[in-house]
Design a protein around this ligand. Structure first.
Ligand code: FVH
Length: 292
């Protein structure tokens, strides 16, 4: 009981896959937890584990100073918090949103008398409460608020603060997830290439994973080139050579009966940069073609 008294009480709105995972870790760590979910049945298991279930979102917000929101999207945050008195609350919004939505939400919270932190979760539910899984949340907004609740917020996953601009957590979140989708797209194409052959996908998978891991550090070279403005700095495989190789990829796709639609957009950008005179560069020039 002594332990429980010392832990910051938390209110959590939203008990979907992610919210429920967060809730379990706070309960397990001895934090008094008040929860609310639109569909009440989702709170039952947590109630059995010791959570207090509020009758309404407004009542849950009234229960504790620290209010964590983990809902589907920004529109659901609007809906859920519409009737709540946020004065003097520490509002931490872990709902995935755009940077503009996060900045607007910070202003919205300020107008209602709340302190605000925005969060972008870099974890899937099975990583929550498993420190070795490496999950964390990008936080941005009030640094003071983050420091006040760092220990509590660090219970489910790690804490990475990226600045006072409330939109920065969402921006980092979307940047990393966008890169992830590029990786998934590449892996989808690779599996499609072998799909009709006598090659076990389970044999390709470790090769694919190891190759992606081996190539991933190239992003550090990209960052250095973007900083210096010299896209030939440290170049390993220049653009001219890589563009010359693209017909092989497209012909192989055709021969394997695989649509090249995932490769085309990137190859087109590589060719455009080459046509502009970037043959000696790394692939970094493609970034400039993307930024309008
Ligand atoms: N799950 C994941 O893999 C990712 C990992 C990275 C971060 N995301 C983001 O986390 C937010 C919550 O995601 P989730 O996994 O918990 O999502 P669901 O299981 O679909 O639960 C959604 C909750 O939102 C409630 N909700 C939706 N619409 C409304 C509404 N109009 N009014 C009130 N509540 C609403 C829903 O309630 P119910 O359907 O149970 O009644 C759930 O509590 C999300 O931003 C991810 O992008 C997860």
């Amino acid at each position: 009981a002594q332990n429980t008294v010392e832990k910051t009480p938390v209110t959590l709105l939203g008990l979907g896959a992610m919210g429920a995972a967060l809730a379990r870790t706070w309960l397990a760590a001895g934090h008094p937890l008040t929860v609310w979910n639109r569909t009440p049945v989702r709170a039952e298991a947590l109630a059995a584990a010791g959570a207090r279930v509020a009758d309404s979102a407004a009542a849950a917000v009234a229960a504790n100073t620290l209010v964590v929101v983990c809902l589907l999207d920004d529109a659901s945050v609007d809906e859920v918090l519409a009737g709540a008195d946020l004065a003097d609350r520490d509002l931490v919004n872990l709902t995935t949103s755009t940077p503009a939505q996060a900045r607007a939400r910070a202003e919205w919270a300020r107008e209602r008398g709340a302190r605000y932190l925005d969060g972008g979760i870099m974890a899937v539910p099975p990583m929550v409460g498993v420190p070795e899984a490496g999950g964390y949340v990008f936080y941005s907004g009030s640094r003071e608020l983050l420091e006040r609740h760092r220990r509590t917020l660090g219970v489910p996953v790690g804490v990475t603060y990226v600045g006072e601009d409330a939109g920065f957590a969402a921006l980092h979140d979307v940047a990393l997830l966008s890169a992830m989708y590029g990786m998934f797209a590449g892996a989808a194409h690779a599996f499609a290439l072998i799909r009709k052959e006598d090659i076990d996908p389970a044999a390709l998978a470790p090769l694919l994973a190891d190759w992606l891991v081996a190539m991933a550090p190239a992003v550090h070279r990209t960052a250095g080139q973007l900083r210096s403005g010299d896209y030939t700095q440290g170049v390993v495989s220049n653009l001219a050579m890589q563009v010359a190789g693209t017909p092989t990829f497209l012909r192989t796709a055709e021969q394997q009966g695989v649509s090249p639609e995932l490769l085309h957009p990137y190859f087109q950008l590589m060719r455009r940069r080459l046509a502009e005179g970037g043959g000696e560069e790394d692939l970094t020039g493609v970034i400039d073609l993307l930024v309008r």
